[in-house]
Design a protein around this ligand. Structure first.
Ligand SMILES: [Fe+2]
Length: 224
C-alpha cells in the first residue's frame, strides 16, 4: 500500500492502527490477526482489513468481470459473515447496559437481524470452501466491542449508527459487485439487513413510534 493510501485512511477514519495495515499483505491470517488484536468490533468501526482490501479492489473487480476466481471476494465474504456473528454478540451484550426494557428489546431485535444476515450468507461459505472461526471464538470478540459503547446514551448510539453504518452498507454493495451472480440472492439479504438497521436508527432519531418497521419487514420477509 502506498503512503498516500495510508494517509487517506488515516484522514478518513482517524485511527492510529491504520499505519499498521500498510505493512501487511492481503493475507487472511495476517489481516485477521489485526482484527483480533485491534479489539474493535463489527459495529465498532470500519473493518480493519478493509484498508488492505481497498488497495486491490480495482483489480478484483476486473477479475470478477472476467469471471475468474476472486480471492478478495471470498476473503470479504468470510470476514463479513464472521462480523455478523460478532455483531449479534455485540448487540446482545450492549443490551445489558441499557436500563429501559424497550431499548433492550430493540437491541435484541438488532441482534436477531445480525443472526439472520449471518444465516443468509452461511451457505455461501460452504460453497466457496470457507471455514469461519467457531462461534466460541467470534462471540467473545463481539462482546469485547461492547466496552466502547456501554456508556453511550440511546441517542448517542443511534447517532453513531447513522454516522457509521452507511460505510458497512457500501461494503456490502461492493461485495455484490465482486460476487458471482449465483451468490446475489443471499448477498442481498446481507445488504438489506444493513439498510433495515440504518433505517431503524434514523427512525429512532426522528421519534418515529414505529421505528422497528424495517426491522420487522426484514425479519419477516428479508426485504426492506
Ligand atoms: Fe450486521
Amino acid at each position: 500500500m502506498a503512503a498516500g493510501e495510508i494517509g487517506w485512511l488515516r484522514e478518513k477514519y482517524g485511527y492510529p492502527w491504520v499505519g499498521h495495515v500498510g505493512t501487511v499483505a492481503l493475507d487472511s491470517e495476517v489481516i485477521r490477526g489485526i482484527s483480533v488484536q485491534g479489539a474493535f468490533g463489527p459495529r465498532g468501526m470500519p473493518r480493519r482489513y478493509r484498508a488492505a482490501g481497498r488497495a486491490h479492489m480495482e483489480s478484483d473487480r476486473t477479475m470478477a468481470q472476467a469471471g475468474t476466481d476472486n480471492a478478495d471476494y471470498r476473503e470479504r465474504l468470510l470476514l463479513y459473515y464472521e462480523e455478523e456473528v460478532m455483531g449479534a454478540a455485540y448487540f446482545t451484550g450492549l443490551a445489558r447496559h441499557f436500563g429501559g426494557a424497550a431499548e433492550r428489546e430493540k437491541l435484541a431485535r438488532l441482534a436477531e437481524v445480525e443472526r439472520r444476515a449471518a444465516e443468509a450468507v452461511r451457505p455461501l461459505l460452504a460453497k466457496h470452501g470457507l471455514v469461519p472461526r467457531d462461534v466460541s471464538v467470534l462471540k467473545p470478540l463481539g462482546e469485547a466491542n461492547v466496552e466502547r459503547h456501554r456508556r453511550y446514551s440511546w441517542a448517542d448510539l443511534m447517532a453513531y449508527m447513522v454516522a457509521r453504518y452507511p460505510a458497512y452498507l457500501e461494503e456490502f454493495k461492493e461485495l455484490e459487485r465482486l460476487a458471482p451472480e449465483d451468490d446475489l440472492p443471499a448477498l442481498k439479504l446481507l445488504t438489506h439487513h444493513e439498510v433495515a438497521t440504518i433505517d431503524f436508527a434514523n427512525k429512532e432519531i426522528a421519534g418515529d413510534p414505529d421505528s422497528l418497521a424495517s426491522i420487522r419487514e426484514y425479519l419477516d420477509h428479508g426485504t426492506v
